[in-house]
Design a protein around this ligand. Structure first.
Ligand code: HAM
Length: 420
């Protein structure tokens, strides 16, 4: 036998028994985005490598070690998008959507990062993201956070997620804080983990993220970012908190939250859960007022977030919040040879008369026992036996109920409607 070929590690098939959950989730995401008047944008999955280097930052984990980058046949360096914000800004600039305008956009689709696969962390994963452009006040930060909060409500998992908030303040304030943090950590360099030592020079804020208990112990006495906030950023942050308070959205302040992408300023936030083990961040985002200009556009304030759909689906499954789904409502079987010729036409009429009814027509010649076994296995509520002159409807799930003989398809539909 020929050797079988397998999917790339960390890249998953979404199989037929999983796709109803995905369709449900995608449907709710679309509905909630529409309720906030966000419009869909679809970007290509491949972009120039420079786009991500210039936006996410050269010394981030994503750019340094996680991108799928290759030269195409023309020798151009291309990268499979590791996230959507950079592409969204690129598209906005390219098509003149951003300058002097307000845009509320959302996107959904696969992203690619060469990370070590584990539960909730994959090399191809899917994000739903929203990006709001052209609004600088904390009301737009509040809007995207409320949108995310409404999603948890719609999915019935508000109790399982916690909102963590921080402000990275202005670039100047952050630069001053970076210097102070570096100076403090240098004095404790021998107590830091190796990664953190390396980050002292390259990306010292990321030391705050370190999982090492020794490093965390050092950080307990480190200067705090909030001590370096500029007045305008403080006011912005307080404005956001007041709006969240008024809307009844709970949050915790996390001074160590700095995010792994370089483009953020002011507000950053993450929704985390304890239900998924190590990969507990289901949604993350923040403000990135400098990015549009950094990528060649006119200065435009912006704020947004992205959520990991795999993590969301895992969380919903762990809470039994995925609605039951029946792939087949009626399994139609012909009783006689004559009925068999008529069966496709009958199934067509049934589909036309009952919108949304899922009708599976038995194909192939088998004895009645086998046909009924198939009907049962399909999960259908009913078997419809098409006879020469009438129809028999069998209740497959509720066996107590008596079978129904119907003289016309209208009578079949009437019975199905009564029982649905
Ligand atoms: P991010 O924190 O890199 O932010 O990713 C957002 C979310 O995508 C994460 O919280 C997680 O749920 C999911 N995610 C990330 N990597 C993986 C992975 N390897 N496997 C499964 N899920 C993953 C961004 O991407 C920013 N673009 C968010 C943003 C939008 N900020 C402003 N606008």
């Amino acid at each position: 036998m020929a050797k079988t070929i397998q999917a790339i590690r960390g890249m998953n098939d979404i199989l037929p028994d999983q796709s109803p959950a995905w369709q449900y989730v995608e449907g709710v995401l679309r509905e909630v985005a529409a309720a906030y008047t966000y419009q869909e944008i679809r970007m290509p999955m491949l972009e120039s490598t420079d786009l991500f280097k210039r936006s996410i930052g050269e010394v981030t984990d994503i750019v340094e070690k996680e991108m799928y980058t290759f030269d195409d046949r023309n020798g151009d360096s291309l990268t499979l998008r590791p996230e959507g914000t950079a592409s969204c800004v690129r598209a906005g600039n390219e098509h003149g959507l951003l300058y002097n305008q307000i845009q509320r956009l959302w996107y959904m689709g696969p992203m690619f990062r060469h990370e070590r696969p584990q539960k909730g962390r994959y090399r191809q994963f899917h994000q739903f993201g929203v990006e709001a452009f052209g609004m600088e006040g904390p009301d737009s930060d509040a809007e995207v956070i409320l949108l995310s909060a409404r999603l948890w409500q719609a999915f019935g998992i508000s109790e399982q997620v916690e909102l963590q908030l921080n402000s990275l303040a202005s670039n100047e304030a952050r630069a001053r804080y970076r210097d102070a943090l570096r100076e403090f950590l240098r004095a404790h360099e021998s107590e830091l983990d190796e990664d953190s030592k390396r980050r002292l020079d390259t990306n010292v804020l990321r030391v705050l993220d370190s999982k090492s208990p020794e490093t965390q112990a050092v950080l307990a006495n480190a200067p705090k970012l909030s001590e370096y906030w500029d007045d305008a950023s403080r006011e912005h942050f307080e404005g956001l908190c007041k709006r969240l308070d008024a809307a009844g959205v709970k949050y915790v302040l996390n001074e160590r939250l700095v995010r792994g992408l370089d483009y953020y300023n002011r507000t950053v936030f993450e929704w985390v859960t304890t239900e998924l083990g190590a990969q507990g961040t289901v949604c993350a985002g923040g403000r990135y007022d400098g990015l549009v200009e950094q990528l060649g556009g006119k200065a435009t304030p912006a704020v947004g977030f992205a959520m990991g759909i795999e993590r969301l689906v895992l969380l919903l499954a762990s809470q039994n919040k995925i609605p039951a789904h029946n792939a087949v409502d009626v399994y139609a079987i012909a009783l006689t040879e004559a009925a068999e010729l008529n069966a496709p036409a009958v199934a067509e009429k049934l589909r036309s008369q009952s919108q949304g009814l899922k009708v599976q027509l038995h194909c192939g010649q088998q004895n009645m026992k086998k046909k009924l076994a198939r009907a049962d296995k399909s999960g259908a509520e009913f078997a419809l036996i098409i006879r020469d002159n009438d129809f028999e409807l069998k209740h497959l799930r509720d066996r107590e109920q008596e079978d129904v003989i119907a003289s016309s398809l209208d009578a079949v539909v009437a019975h199905l409607t009564q029982n649905s």
